[in-house]
Design a protein around this ligand. Sequence first.
Ligand SMILES: NC(=O)c1ccc[n+]([C@@H]2O[C@H](COP(=O)([O-])OP(=O)(O)OC[C@H]3O[C@@H](n4cnc5c(N)ncnc54)[C@H](O)[C@@H]3O)[C@@H](O)[C@H]2O)c1
Length: 258
Amino acid sequence: MSKSFKNKTAVITGAGSGIGLAIARQLAHRGTSVVVNDIDADRAEKAVAQIESDGGQAVAHPGDAGDVDVVQRLVSRAVDAYGHLDFAIANAGLTLFGDVFSCCPEDFRRLLNVNLQGTFFLVQAASKHMRARRQGGRILLISSNIGVQPHPGLAPYGMTKAALNMLARSLALELAPCRIAINALAPGATVTERTLQDDPNYEQTWQPLIPDGCVARPDDIAGAALFLLSAEAHHITGHTLVIDGGWSDAGCYPTPAD
Ligand SMILES: NC(=O)c1ccc[n+]([C@@H]2O[C@H](COP(=O)([O-])OP(=O)(O)OC[C@H]3O[C@@H](n4cnc5c(N)ncnc54)[C@H](O)[C@@H]3O)[C@@H](O)[C@H]2O)c1
């Protein structure tokens, strides 16, 4: 699999921590130069420093991945820094908790901006470059198992993630003639700084509800991401790969907090 990643270039949104950082590090470790986006400039710079200290190549491109201008420039940044772009990973995503009665228009718009608008226009900018270059490319959308299996209190979030799964299916048809593959990866409960902030007992909450008894680590998700970006996955496009230890088949929910 490592041959797939030598002398390649990737852009990845929300890569200053969590799943995005793990994907960026694994790609860089295998020889891909990475443009690291994060809304938090400090996190983006720290991620670059981490990748460089592991012997990889990276540059930071901070900004809000829900902003069309930011994601378009992210692609130009990769081309300016490394000459071309092979992989685009739309990873940045917001989670919005609350029931249908409490959701306000501002939060809803923000969710759509980051999870859908930014993703769509990143895909557009990356695929325009890949089409013009005529060397193909691979695009990955970080979705969620909540886009496959409903969860109370996560309707708007689940709706955006289901939309990403359909985006991959739809664009697989449009992009295949340009030799661009597009897939979605749908993680389940994964321990990241954010999930631990949302619930300090995150692992204990989720572990008993997952059939294989494991809560994912960012590196577990990154391993699946690298497979979908690799040459071994060349015949896979329009697919959503769920990686959640079987949770979406079991559909068990945590007991709501009082
Ligand atoms: N962690 C999980 O359990 C889980 C489960 C299913 C799906 N996902 C999805 O995986 C992706 C990554 O999740 P995570 O938990 O690693 O992320 P996270 O919430 O920990 O955030 C990762 C990084 O994204 C940055 N970020 C936040 N908003 C941004 C924006 N608008 N523009 C650019 N950067 C931004 C943050 O600063 C942070 O450094 C998301 O799309 C999320 O919906 C996560």
